[in-house]
Design a protein. Structure first.
Lengths: 1012, 491
């Protein structure tokens, strides 16, 4: 078969492609391109693979079915159209006989019937659908203009252009190309300096160098990652009405990093589908499996987890088949596919593969992986190194530092001394209970009530006070107690000028006994951690609580200590029966409190009874906690340790296979109803495709390897087509989401196959593929178009001109921020919230409108880091056709609406960018006449010089705006500063406001909003 | 699956991409565009693609339409139909008895387990209008429009949670991702307003419906067909207001400059999309006055404001009803109002079917009745379809969780509910369908949500099986694979 003729007929027959040229009809009919779409669209609903819907037992999608003897007639008799019933039926005038039946559709066109006749006469051969046949590299066609083609791709394109009797367009200038390449490869415009450098680069490989330099930028991964996240239906919320926040940004960062590292696409695939099943997977490979944890989880009350777990599994099947194989599986979920050879049981065989993961629509998203980011790891490693250096110094100290150890140990060997002056005042805050003296300075409570507060005042001894002690005694009728709070202040003797009480704080606390969960130290804390001190398990004994005072205050002679004890925990009737307060003046009290019990025991021994080991322990403890010489190191160690602990891991939901014993049984869900189950389905792949690669099991890993095996006819085609679409605006298969019989056939079939095979032959190397595509002569053409060419080829399928289309809303925002000079280049981490309008509405049963704008540079991060909430997607992106990421989106629409104009004119994000750009314009060019400033603006935003007319227009606009703002200072201030913030002191606000208006125009030019 | 019934998609998408092939800006273009679109719609001719530039240009329907526009009033949460429209004396008689096992078998409920108790309505019912429509005392203003409405008391759905039920009702499918009813209508018919969006959504009572933006999203069809949410407070359309400090006069000047520069670009590169952009900026400029204009109800005479109970400057369902009339008057194709707070579980006094329902209806039935009267008076009711309803019904028994409280409430119930339509080709003063004695099942003339959708599209002039869009290899339609037109309710 000859391609020229096929292409031509195809164009005449399918309505998707507009007629490009006329010519003579071909001799040989191509089943796949000419007959299959006809039969598929007009016959298969009733005569297709779906047995349930099949009429008259006739099946027209297979040779066997179409030639079957049906009561003596044959729909198709190969080679003999006159004996083929199908033609009789197609041509019949009798409404009872005619096919398709009048109710189902109009008769076929005479040319279409003629085509079927010729096809039958030529043998009625049923080729498999084109995309189910593995691609092979066709010879590169020869072309008339031998000099035009830069690489093979150009030859394929040019050969077609020449056949259409058309000519390619000239190459665009370097400035245009600089901008086109930069936007296409990094999603950001080039700086004017970069444009000039490229323009002035006279080396023969200047173009390749420029491309390579762009591909090496981190922004490459951010831009192409953004596109992949549409496929991955990545979002920072769980979806469904409650739309809970979900921590899964680790996956987003993995995608960006994988693209920047140029991870080969086959490995990129395997990691995401089954990274957890690879033997000894790296942390990154497990994080990659979050691809399929981007399914939604349903947290609304009254819903069934199993129903929504199944919905997630279905989404995984459909997404996998869409993303990698351009195959719509959702039809086969309810019934055997009507036009493609996919049965319902095969659908559930795929379902079975994905039905074995441990996740189950849980609110906590388990299983999840905790991980440290590369940056955190680096930081932790650094701290660990520093900590071990300090440790080393401390364990091998200067011998002189040990000098004080002996004296210190002597002091520590004696318990601190306490004085328990009888309280001279006790206030109780409960009635009718009373506190009464109980001898030896103890106070007894005469009645247990629910809660109590005591204020006790004691006379103080002279000298610095170092500690406070509370002793308790068991009392009949009282059990466990909780001391929820204790506070103290020094009350100077009355009559003194500075008689204000001076509060004291405690630095450490220790008790002889602590109930688990109620430690003495909790009295020093606040909030939830302040559980109080309790003694369950030892309520029949006396206890003591010791608190060390901060800074050992020295009270004025005659002062008293006022102590407030609270017993107001959540536990009622947990009161102390009898207690006594003491104070200490021992100077090492806090050291003594801090002693670990083991050391206390050692220190209680006479010094000559201590073993060598015990002596070492004492010295070591002294060096690490007490010695003044080690203080700087000790403090540093504490700080570093705290910093180390403060680095918290992040989490990401991941795929995890159930153990064999817990494998789920999969049954066909009749008509897609999860509660109406049919036959058991076993893991496997559809029969229409090659089998699993040798040595693979029918699990996710086997499935992933199957997707990227050389035998798989679709994955490479679908993938190169998507990259093509991103760069040229329309895919070679325009329905990039559908390569089955319901999709559009490829416009350049040989080119598509050549690219697919080449991609696989070169190790699925994405950056290489992109380099190939942008290096073509076709890519470099000017995008100018004549009305004639526009008429002939409105969608630019021939590529006889350069591609030009509107980029996505995310890029438009990034570009605005970048041109304005306020784009943050910080990469990765939790998603951020740029400015967004408050829509004043809550989501049902979910989160209220709690979008708090991120502080600092985070509000100016690249759009890929903007928090994605499925129920309230970022409004301006939505306006530019961004999906809400509930399900996988292969191809976005590209609309052009007035609401988009509102975004780029008035959205505070864009207004702020205009203001910042205006400040840049004013600051950058210190010239009184506006022309130089406008030149700078055009260089920065458009990568080119303005022409005379453009200069005039913008100069006039600036003058008009300036005179308006000179008259209205308040308006000028708003225009120049709201929402960006105050300008430099002394700035000419009217001028800034006028330039803001000009910048706003430049940033709304069709040229700025298009990539040309 | 018939290719010839789905000619819109590739053509119109191409049109969206490469708009204005020939004469987008031509003033005479519109009639012929409509005619060509009709041709494209019915015959599959490739001509439509080449010629139809503006995706929102008005188009004729597949056949003569009774309704040119729709106002859909959705009471988000599901109104208690047994306390408003579906009078069940037997249920009152057996009130307090345990539900017979036969009615509970095979049914699951959102918040009720075990054997709940039947609950007859505490409201008093009477018949109103020439058609003798049963209504309760909860909705006194509805009594006055009994002769205008077509009450369907045999509605059912398959979903018993709010979000899926709302999505099913508005998109034909219980999960997110499909185009909504209003999108289908504007996709099929375009807009008759040059200065306003074709599909407008307004929300009252502070919370958006459970189904979220999916209820007015465009799914996989182009986003020009998605509902534009308008607010009666603040910026009526997102980002429509000029930034602080920019006067309308200066905005005009900036747009003039933009126009000049873009025109230069157009003549240099010849891309029709540039022409479209110029046009869209001009439309945006017009919308900056037309939208606030139409949204400004202070221009209405006091007696109209009083009729609706609308208060200029506020945000309420009453204001939205009045705005709905103003919008359809200006040619908006589909107006959808959502009002929150109809989930009458009885878990709080506000969600009880006695005082709670009285209060909710008092804030809402008056503006609805006023809207019907107003449309009628202006001659708009004949070709405007008004729909009032919820996403499902409520149980004939008392909600299990609240059985011990003073407040009476009902659980979600998908099998039966009531809904009414008015104007635009439906019978007036007419009651259709019935539930059984206790209100557990449909007894006659069942209508499920897909039937309702098919009927609404029919009234707009479309065969619901032929208004389709091809996506990912499949033809999609509002009614999924279901739906039949309920001819009995049509005039």
């Amino acid at each position: 078969m000859k391609i020229s003729n096929i292409g031509l007929l195809l164009l005449l027959l399918t309505s998707e492609s507009l007629i490009l040229s006329k010519g003579t009809a071909a001799d040989q009919v191509d089943y796949n391109r000419q007959i299959r779409p006809l039969i598929s669209n007009r016959c298969l609903a009733c005569h297709g693979p779906d047995e349930g819907e099949r009429k008259a037992g006739l099946r027209l999608d297979t040779f066997e079915g179409a030639t079957k003897d049906l009561e003596g007639t044959h729909a198709i008799v190969p080679g003999k159209s006159d004996q083929s019933e199908i033609l009789t039926r197609l041509l019949s005038q009798d409404p009872e006989e005619r096919m398709p039946p009048p109710k189902k559709g109009k008769p076929l066109e005479p040319e279409q019937i003629e085509l079927i006749r010729r096809w039958i006469d030529q043998g009625g051969k049923f080729d498999r659908h084109w995309s189910y046949i593995a691609p092979v590299k066709a010879p590169v066609p020869s072309v008339k203009d031998g000099k035009w083609a830069i690489n093979e791709i150009d030859s394929f394109l040019l050969s077609r252009i020449e056949k259409e009797d058309l000519h390619p367009s000239p190459e665009a200038d370097r400035r245009t190309l600089a901008r086109r390449l930069s936007l296409d490869l990094t999603g950001l415009p080039p700086s004017w300096e970069a444009v000039l450098a490229f323009e002035n680069d006279t080396r023969p490989d200047a173009y390749e160098r420029y491309v390579a330099q762009l591909l090496a930028q981190p922004s490459f991964g951010e831009y192409w990652g953004q596109a992949w996240l549409d496929l991955a239906r990545y979002a920072d919320s769980s979806g469904y009405p409650s739309d809970q926040p979900r921590e899964i940004w680790g996956y987003r960062d993995w995608v960006i990093s994988a693209l920047n590292r140029n991870l080969p696409f086959d490995q990129f695939t395997i990691d995401q589908i089954a990274g957890d099943l690879i033997p000894n997977p790296s942390q990154d490979q497990v994080i990659a499996t979050a691809f399929h944890r981007n399914t939604m989880t349903q947290n609304e009350g009254g819903t069934n987890d199993e129903e929504f777990r199944i919905a997630a599994v279905i989404d995984r099947v459909n997404t996998s088949m869409s993303v990698w194989m351009g195959t719509t599986m959702s039809c086969a979920q309810c019934h055997t596919h009507k036009s493609d050879p996919l049965t319902q049981i095969e659908y559930f065989s795929l379902f079975d593969i994905f039905n074995q993961s441990a996740d189950a629509d849980r609110k906590d998203e388990t299983p999840v992986l905790s991980f440290y980011t590369a940056e955190q790891k680096k930081e932790r490693d650094q701290l660990s190194r520093e900590i071990s250096e300090i440790e080393k110094r401390l364990s091998d100290p200067n011998p002189a530092w040990k000098d004080g150890a002996h004296a210190w140990a002597e002091r520590m060997s004696k318990a601190p001394s306490w004085q328990n002056p009888a309280p001279d005042r006790i206030d109780t805050k409960f009635e009718p209970g009373k506190a009464v003296p109980d001898g030896e300075g103890f106070v007894r409570i005469d009645k247990s009530v629910q809660f109590a507060t005591y204020t006790v005042e004691l006379p103080l001894p002279s000298g610095p006070i170092s500690g406070l002690r509370v002793e308790t005694r068991p009392v009949e009728g009282f059990g466990n107690f909780v001391l929820s709070s204790i506070q103290a202040e020094i009350v100077p003797p009355s009559g003194k000028a500075d008689a204000k009480p001076q509060s004291v704080s405690f630095v450490s606390a220790k008790a002889d006994y602590e109930q688990e969960g109620f430690p003495a130290a909790s009295l020093l804390k606040s909030g939830k951690e302040k559980t109080g001190w309790a003694v369950a398990g030892a309520t029949d004994r006396t206890h003591e609580l010791i608190l060390a005072l901060k800074g050992s205050p020295t009270p004025t002679e005659g002062s008293r200590l006022r102590v407030v004890l609270e017993q107001k925990s959540t536990y009622a009737n947990h009161l102390i029966g009898s207690f006594r307060l003491s104070v200490s003046t021992s100077r090492d009290l806090s050291d003594w409190i801090a002693l670990p019990p083991s050391l206390s025991t050692i220190l209680k021994k006479p010094s000559d009874k201590r073993s060598t080991d015990e002596q070492h322990l004492i010295v070591d403890y002294y060096l690490r906690h007490i010695a003044p010489e080690t203080r700087p190191d000790r403090e540093l160690l504490a700080a570093k340790t705290t910093a180390h602990e403060a680095i918290r891991p992040s989490s990401v939901p991941v795929m995890e296979e159930l153990p064999a014993a817990e494998r789920r049984e999969t049954r066909v869900q009749i008509r897609g109803n999860w509660q109406n189950l049919g036959d058991v389905a076993h893991a496997g792949t559809p029969a229409a495709f090659p089998p699993l690669p040798k040595g693979s099991h029918p699990d996710r890993l086997g499935f992933a390897r199957w997707l990227v095996s050389r035998e798989n006819p679709l994955t490479a085609r679908v993938t190169v087509n998507r990259f093509w679409e991103s760069l040229f605006g329309v895919g070679i298969v325009s329905t990039s989401e559908e390569f089955g019989s319901q999709g559009e056939p490829p416009f350049h079939p040989e080119l598509l196959d050549w690219l697919a095979v080449d991609f696989m032959e070169h190790g699925w190397d994405v950056k290489r593929l992109l380099t190939q595509l942008v290096s073509t002569r076709a890519y470099r053409q000017v995008s100018r178009v004549s009305p004639e060419l526009m008429e002939r080829d409105p969608e630019n399928r021939l590529l006889a001109r350069g591609p030009r289309f509107r980029p996505q809303g995310e890029l438009l925002r990034d570009q605005a921020l970048d041109v304005a000079g306020i784009l943050s280049l910080k990469m990765g981490g939790p998603s951020v919230r740029p400015m967004a309008p408050n829509l004043g509405l809550s989501t049902a049963f979910g989160r209220s409108n709690d979008w708090v704008v991120s502080p600092g540079e985070d509000r100016h991060r690249r759009s890929v880091y903007t928090e994605v909430r499925r129920n309230s997607p970022y409004p301006s992106f939505t306006t530019f056709d961004a999906p809400n990421r509930e399900v996988c989106t292969i191809r976005r629409n590209r609309t052009n609406t007035p609401l988009q104009a509102f975004v780029t004119l008035n959205d505070p994000v864009f207004v702020e960018s205009s203001q910042a750009f205006a400040r840049r314009i004013v600051a950058k060019v210190d010239a009184p006449n506006p022309e130089a400033k406008i030149r700078f603006a055009c260089h920065t935003a458009l990568s080119r010089d303005p022409d005379k007319k453009e200069l005039d227009t913008l100069i006039r606009l600036h003058a008009e705006a300036l005179s308006e703002f000179r008259r209205d200072a308040a308006a000028a201030e708003s225009m120049a500063t709201d929402p960006l913030g105050p300008a430099d002191k002394g700035a000419d606000l009217a001028d800034l406001a006028a330039w803001t208006a000009v910048a706003n125009v430049v940033m709304n030019l069709d040229e700025f909003l298009m990539r040309r | 699956m018939d290719k010839h019934s789905s000619p819109l998609h590739p053509k119109r998408e191409a049109a969206l991409r490469a708009s204005t092939r020939r004469q987008f800006l031509s003033t005479t273009g519109q009639l012929s565009l409509g005619a060509i679109a009709l041709e494209a719609l019915t015959s599959g001719s490739a001509l439509g693609a080449a010629a139809s530039g503006d995706p929102l240009a008005p188009r004729r329907s597949q056949y003569r339409a009774k309704a040119k526009r729709v106002i859909y009033l959705h009471m988000s949460g599901a109104p208690p139909h047994l306390d408003l429209f579906d009078y069940k004396p037997a249920l009152v008689k057996h009130s307090g008895e345990e539900c017979p096992p036969s009615v509970l078998a095979g049914r699951t409920f959102a918040f009720t387990t075990g054997v709940p108790k039947l609950m007859g309505t505490p409201r008093s019912f009477a018949q109103y209008g020439k058609g003798g429509l049963w209504m309760s005392d909860a909705a006194p203003n509805f009594h006055t429009i009994a002769d205008d409405i077509c009450l369907i008391r045999s509605m059912s759905t398959s979903q018993f949670n709010h979000a899926p039920a709302e999505l099913l009702l508005f998109t034909g499918f219980e999960r997110q991702g499909r185009p909504s009813m209003g999108s289908w209508a504007t996709y099929g018919l375009g807009s008759e307003s040059e200065n306003l969006p074709g599909f407008v959504v307004m929300i009252s009572s502070g919370t958006q419906p459970s189904g979220g933006q999916g209820c007015w999203g465009s799914g996989f069809i182009p986003s020009v067909y998605q509902g534009v949410q308008c607010r009666s407070k603040g910026d009526p359309v997102l980002f429509a207001s000029n930034p602080p400090g920019m006067s309308r006069d200066l905005r005009r000047k900036t747009l003039d400059a933009l126009h000049e520069l873009n025109s230069e670009q157009l003549s240099e590169l010849n891309h029709p999309e540039t022409a479209t952009r110029i046009a869209q900026y001009e439309l945006a400029y017009r919308m900056q006055t037309s939208v606030p204009g139409v949204m400004d109800i202070s221009q209405e005479p006091q007696h109209v404001l009083d009729d609706y109970g609308a208060v200029p400057g506020g945000a309420s369902f009453a204001n939205n009803c009045l705005l709905a009339r103003r919008l359809v008057e200006q040619g908006v194709r589909f107006v959808q109002l959502f009002d929150w707070g109809w989930d009458f579980h009885g878990t709080s006094p506000g969600s009880g079917i006695t005082d709670g329902l009285t209060a909710k209806m008092a804030a809402t039935d008056k503006p609805v009745a006023a809207l019907i009267r107003d449309l009628k008076q202006r001659g708009l009711l004949d070709d405007t379809l008004v729909v009032w309803g919820g996403e499902f019904g409520r149980t004939p028994f008392r909600e299990g969780r609240t059985a011990g409280s003073q407040v009476l409430g009902r659980d979600h119930y998908p099998d039966c509910f009531s809904l009414w339509m008015a104007g635009g080709g439906v019978k007036a003063g007419f009651s259709y369908g019935a539930t059984d004695e206790l209100g557990f099942s449909i007894a006659e003339n069942p209508v499920d949500v897909h039937d309702l959708q098919a009927t609404i599209l029919h009234l707009l002039g479309f065969d619901h099986e032929k208004l389709i869009y091809r996506f990912q290899g499949r033809d999609y339609r509002l009614t999924d694979i279901h739906g039949r037109v309920i001819h009995d309710v049509l005039v």
